[in-house]
Write a protein that binds this ligand. Sequence first.
Ligand code: FAD
Length: 238
Amino acid sequence: MQIYWTKINKIIEETPAVKTYLLDCPKDFTWVEGSHTHFALEGFNAGDKPNRGLIRHMSISTLPHENSIGITTRIREQCSEFKTILRNLKVGNEVAIFKTHSNVPLKREDKNVYLLSSGVGLATFRPLVLDYFERADNVKQIHSLNIDSSKDFLFTNIFKSIPDKKFTALFVDNRKDYYEEVKKLAVDKDGLFYVVGSDEFLVQNIEVLREQGIKPEQIMLDKREQQLPDFFSFDLSI
Ligand SMILES: Cc1cc2nc3c(=O)[nH]c(=O)nc-3n(C[C@H](O)[C@H](O)[C@H](O)COP(=O)(O)OP(=O)(O)OC[C@H]3O[C@@H](n4cnc5c(N)ncnc54)[C@H](O)[C@@H]3O)c2cc1C
């Protein structure tokens, strides 16, 4: 396993509680849209065993041509040790990334794509949308639906409707509106539904989508193949 140590080159305050850390791209490091990585802080591999408290899974919110690896995360006042350390890091500080993989690349199957996310889950979708803007081949259209109760919506410069590009985006701030919208989107029985958020959020979205007749193979989760049965094996008839 290759560990890439790299430096923070910029810190963007996206909203009062959400920051994007832009990291220098190490030579020969590349990734595709929808990737996540293991993001680790100094000292994580100092002992005999890796210190899990200093490692988190994070999506990469940029594309390689942006020349930086973007990590977007919410740091609340009450936060973990990991985020407390991260909050105090500055431009020039070193962090590590390793084991990078995409479970949710953009499927180009001549279908409508629906991106359903909660909060910073939108970070996973930012590169999918940029990839689509660059090359729309075999994607009919994309619609993004994001719920964020803070109302400080993310990446609004990209997630705004552009009819010419067959891209639409909607932000909502409460669950009622969110699931009403999901039901409307699920009228498209042939669409591809990507879902990113907490496990509880995934379970609830899957339940609503399946009730509307959407099949498991139409639902894309940022989970490894072997984790998928945990989300799709429940019996709807119960
Ligand atoms: C494939 C994948 C991709 C991911 N991508 C991203 C991503 O792009 N961005 C991202 O932010 N996360 C992402 N995550 C989730 C990420 O790995 C972390 O689990 C998440 O950010 C929470 O971080 P944290 O554990 O440091 O907790 P925190 O965010 O610090 O806290 C989690 C909750 O616990 C509470 N809490 C924590 N510590 C304390 C304390 N000491 N006292 C009281 N309350 C406390 C907080 O208030 C908060 O409600 C991803 C996960 C996976 C599996």
